[in-house]
Design a protein around this ligand. Structure first.
Ligand code: SF4
Ligand code: SF4
Ligand code: SF4
Length: 353
């Protein structure tokens, strides 16, 4: 279902930027709408800042999202999507939330998920139909959340829908009218600022004032997903000193209670969840790898110690025990004031004029 648009006009480096662009957001994938809800918590910048035109240099943005829409719904709400599908609305950014079911396995025998009805037949129009119509015409395509990026919870082993991420559906070599691959922002749900930073980068690129966002081999923004949870975790120093929690009632490292942070790409411990507060292991929650392509199967059963955790905690134990003791002694030492700070009649600081 990928369309080669590489020779079509409007692509390439020498194009001019857009003054106005529409965001067509569809959350009718296999989805809980959690990414849209999470988005409303962003404030660096907020989606309101973007829509109200408060960010210098961005195009005017028309956001169409069913949860955030003032429209009453129905055909009124669907009008911009239909216009885009006809080719009468451009440029637009297509945002997909939720995983894409496999219609091929039930072709002709119903549908998994739909978005509006065909005005002529009254039959439901599948998400797949909309993606087939809109992705080849979109200036950029963004996948919001782990379901849309890699399949997520709905795509776990044993699922009946055969669902998948957007790049699995469109092809990992898909490129949009703007010359971009699918831009993946995983997370279950998206961390609000992670999504907004990515969206703003794409919008600056649409305005002609920024290069394409740098993406890694899984099409994730490099600057957001280039480090592991462990590398940003508040509890990392406990790990290094072999201080491992045995239950959740502890400030120590959570690897033995099921944290996968050392091998998971996610910046949430550094960034927090809302307004810098929270961040999974920082605040006592094990990392279950919710941003990862292998989620959830690769991280189950949740709350069991990861296989690698046994080895790494064993190896670090002797080092950690010695270092913790030595640091304890030094800590005791530096917790005293020097002897020359007193109110006696003689100066003993070593001053020698
Ligand atoms: Fe919901 Fe998580 Fe899927 Fe987003 S990624 S739609 S929050 S289940
Ligand atoms: Fe690493 Fe998890 Fe321990 Fe934090 S709690 S230091 S992420 S293993
Ligand atoms: Fe998901 Fe782990 Fe990141 Fe928390 S720290 S958001 S569980 S990947």
């Amino acid at each position: 279902s990928t369309t080669d648009v590489s020779d079509e006009p409007g692509r390439g480096e020498d194009r001019e930027g857009f003054d106005e662009i529409t965001i067509l957001w569809i959350s009718e994938g296999m989805s809980c709408d959690g990414d849209t809800v999470s988005l409303t918590a962003a404030d660096q910048p907020s989606i309101e800042d973007v829509v109200l035109g408060l960010i210098p240099g961005l195009p005017k943005v028309n956001l169409v999202n069913k949860v955030l829409s003032p429209s009453l719904g129905g055909e009124d709400f669907l009008a911009p999507y239909r216009a885009a599908a006809r080719g009468d609305l451009a440029p637009f950014i297509l945002v997909i939330e939720g995983s894409i079911p496999n219609q091929n396995i039930i072709e002709g025998d119903g549908y998994w998920t739909s978005f509006g009805n065909d005005p002529e037949t009254g039959e439901p129009q599948t998400l797949n139909w909309w993606i087939d119509q809109l992705a080849p015409k979109a200036w950029a395509v963004v996948a919001a959340g782990t379901c849309a990026t890699f399949g997520g919870i709905h795509a776990m082993s044993g699922n009946p829908t055969g669902c998948m991420g957007l790049a699995d559906y469109l092809g990992w070599d898909y490129t949009s009218q703007g010359g971009l691959p699918v831009v993946n922002v995983p997370g279950c749900p998206i961390q609000p600022e992670n999504f907004m930073e990515t969206l703003v980068w794409v919008l600056y690129h649409a305005a002609g004032s920024a290069p394409p966002p740098p993406l890694d081999h899984m099409l994730r923004p490099q600057w957001l997903f280039g480090k592991t949870v462990h590398e940003g975790c508040d509890r990392g120093s406990y790990y290094e000193q072999a201080g491992f929690a045995k239950d959740y009632n502890s400030p120590k490292c959570l690897v033995k209670t099921g944290c996968w942070g050392p091998v998971v790409n996610c910046n949430v411990p550094k960034r927090g969840w809302m307004a810098g507060i929270g961040g999974c292991p920082n605040v006592g929650g094990i990392c279950i790898g919710c941003t990862m392509p292998g989620f959830p199967d690769a991280f189950m059963p949740f709350m069991d110690e990861p296989p690698g955790g046994t080895l790494s905690s064993l190896v670090i134990k002797p080092y950690g025990a010695v270092i913790r003791r030595l640091r304890g002694m030094t800590n005791e030492l530096v917790n005293h004031e020097p002897r020359w700070r007193h109110n006696k009649r003689k100066l003993t600081s070593g001053y020698n004029p």
